[in-house]
Design a protein around this ligand. Sequence first.
Ligand code: HEM
Length: 473
Amino acid sequence: MTTPSIRSFPGDRLFEAASARLGTKVAVLAEPPAGSGLKPVYGEPGLPGVGKTVEMLRHGFIAARRYSDRHGPVFWTNAFGRKIVWTTSPEAAKEVLTTKSKSISQAGWRYFIEAFFERGLMLLDGQEHLLHRRIMQEAFTRPRLEGYTEQFTKVIDNEMSTWPVNEQMLLNPAVKDLSLAVATVVFMGADPHQSDHLTRAFVDAVRGGTGIVRVRVPGASWLRWNKGLAGRKVLEEYFRAEIGAKRASGGDDLFAALCHARTEDGEEFTDDDVVNHMIFLMMAAHDTTTITSTTIAYYLAKYPELQEAARAESEALRGEPITLELLDKLEIVDRVFMEGMRLVAPVPVLGREATEDMDICGQFVPKGTLIAVVSDPTHRNESIWTHPDDFDIDRFVAPRSEQKGHRFAHIPFGGGAHKCIGMVFGSAEVKAIIHRMLLNYRIEIPADYELQWDYTSLVVPVDGFPVTLRPLA
Ligand code: HEM
């Protein structure tokens, strides 16, 4: 018997039928101020109490597309205990992500994950965010990135050598473990064989944010929320205990880089900043790279000819050390990477909050509304992408270059002031994993296999993505 979850619980069909009928009367989020010339945002409140939470969790961007078809690319529903405005077009994404006014803040993210990732870079606003980002940039310079690449290549080789061959294995959990090992070595500068407690603490902290009970319940140590808080505490204690030594000795891991990051004007992080940023960075890097690697491996397995073509590119570079320059030469892998993230955005929703009355594309959004920029409908916008639901890596090649149809047409790494600071790092890690897989194995799946994604907390394959790896001579 499967454990009940939001994806599958007793009576779920009945619940969905009720939710499709109740709370669907079209309503205005708020009347625009008289004389403003703004239009209202239309939407549906959903069921009393829960709003559209269950539907959004169960059907993710497909539900967002459905509402978008009914109410336009800026619509609203109740969900997660708040009124939420959802945006589904590149134009709306651009307005929300690049607004320079003080009317939008990261409180949309803080609402969901602050308890475990307080004062992480993505949760900061305005001038403070700019300052912290400027300092953190010092940990992502080209020489630093080359150093990280050298380190994670070793971790990838070690981890991959333990993967079973010629039998079915679950690729997603294997890549997740690999990415945890990368976090331990390259981020924390710790020994992966003596860090089980840190890995567990980190996993608990990440899972904490997806708990349904969202407060600490005394005595309930098994509760996701409580475990998450306990995990955060373990990580804080670890980083605090190590920080003095890191500041004194340096090193080429990310922890050392943050300890020594200093702008030209002499700005640097306090100990508290380093602890908070490290915990957030590990979270930001971990599931995103896991999901993206799984997605690419899936499409390469699904299209064996494409896999062979990608392998030929990797073979031409066999024996050469993995560097950023080498990874840039993997042109087919790069296009599969772009197309994979278009179809399966690892961060499907970007959270914001209106901190004062504002508008999105001329529609009135009152202060206090949560804003969710949903990437997938933008990535499948028919005015930009031809046959948007098809997997087609040639769409990125001139003269088609469909990604250039709008600056915010392809936003797997976000855009504007909070655009992913780890984009080069994450892309390099994923491509290094795929390069090594292509050189070591033929990735096989049954011809009729279709990967199903679960969007209820983070994006994960429902079945862990079973594959068979055939070793290459
Ligand atoms: C394929 C891998 C990755 C994807 C798809 C991804 C995606 C994203 C997205 C969409 C955002 C913007 C969120 C928003 O605007 O609300 C973001 C921000 C961020 N990412 Fe990534 N990320 C990836 C890998 C990484 C890695 C490897 C790191 C660290 C080494 C990282 C660190 C961050 C940080 C610190 C932010 C916040 C930036 C800021 O607020 O200024 N990410 N990421």
